[in-house]
Ligand binder design. Sequence first.
Ligand code: URA
Length: 424
Amino acid sequence: MNIVDIINKKRLGYKLTKEEIAFAINNYIDKKIEDYQMSALLMAICLNGMDSEETFNMTDVFLHSGDILDLSEINTTKVDKHSTGGIGDKTTLVLAPLVASCGVPVAKMSGRSLGFTGGTIDKLEAIPNLRTDLTLEEFINQVKEIGVAVVSQTGNLVPADKKIYALRDVTGTVQSLPLIASSIMSKKLASGVDKIVIDLKIGDGAFVKTVEEAKILGNIMVEIGKNYNKEVICVVTSMDQPLGKAIGNSLEVIEAMDTLKCEGPKDLEEVVLTLGSYMVSMGKNISYQDAQKELMENLKNGKAYSKFEEMVKMQKGNIEALEISSKVYSLKSKTTGFIKEIKAQKLGELVRSIGGGRYTKEDVVDFKVGMVLNKKVNDYVLEDEELVKVYLGDKDININEILDCFVIDMEQKEDNQLIYGVIK
Ligand code: URA
């Protein structure tokens, strides 16, 4: 077997065997296959796809590329959440402490920015000194002690995804349903949790653009879960515009804290409450409605915010020292009308271009940059009224490119749905 034959086979649209998938992935981890060869194979997969058997096999090879966590020391049902990625998606920062405050332990491993989307770990690392690289022992002890920990992939958990995720990010090979499914599910299966809620984002600012694609991806992930005896629920949510108002690492942390104090944007709160209600109802075996009531109470009575503070403190973060850029520009609308569309992907790309994300694996993220939207879809804006504030670092930006992301019209958008449904 050799990698060039495997690349050619997929380039020509044939199905790969489990042995071929394992050969490519395991030899890539062992550095016997080069980045450029793996990039070619990933691109062939992006272009020609993989069927469900290949996707199950890819997940299994990923899963067994490293350790599989045993969280049995935490002796209640552990429920995890994962997002397929979007713009302004700071859901985990709110959800993890909120769910933990209801007594359901959240032992969460998160990722970094990918393509035009941000990543929870970069957002957390915007908090000065905050440690995301806990050892396994520290991770488990923290969950046992305070009920929540959010960390980057520890030691040797799914090293295949860690390496391939970083490569996909910089080779235009993120947008492939089988690659997304195997990347997400292998990590969730390896992390030792009992049940999994997936925030499957669709729309302009997501990797999945249509409801049809979401159904395919959701069903694959639910089926993968069943193969390993894990219950998976996919909640399909809109990413047709950024979630909340802030895009950029430090700015998103601030918005997450506001949401934990019931002062955040309503769309973010609704997504958090929906995902959280599934997590708490699965974790405590109670009804969705009862779970939602508990979550709302803990947002209002401050328990969720206190849990966030506890988590940050335990991971050595200094929230007081969080910084945002002082180079702020207010961009004004050139016309009057309704916001018919906000081009989320383009805004995500623009935030990456000013330093908020990465183009190469080695890039250092500027946590202080980003944007805060003053208007969302279907809001009315007057000529000369602020559309967005831009927080710049040392990279410049063409202001018109930002303004072009806001489509203004005399009519409102008809279909402005936030939650599309559930796949289970
Ligand atoms: N999130 C992941 O963890 N992996 C992907 O491939 C896409 C989103």
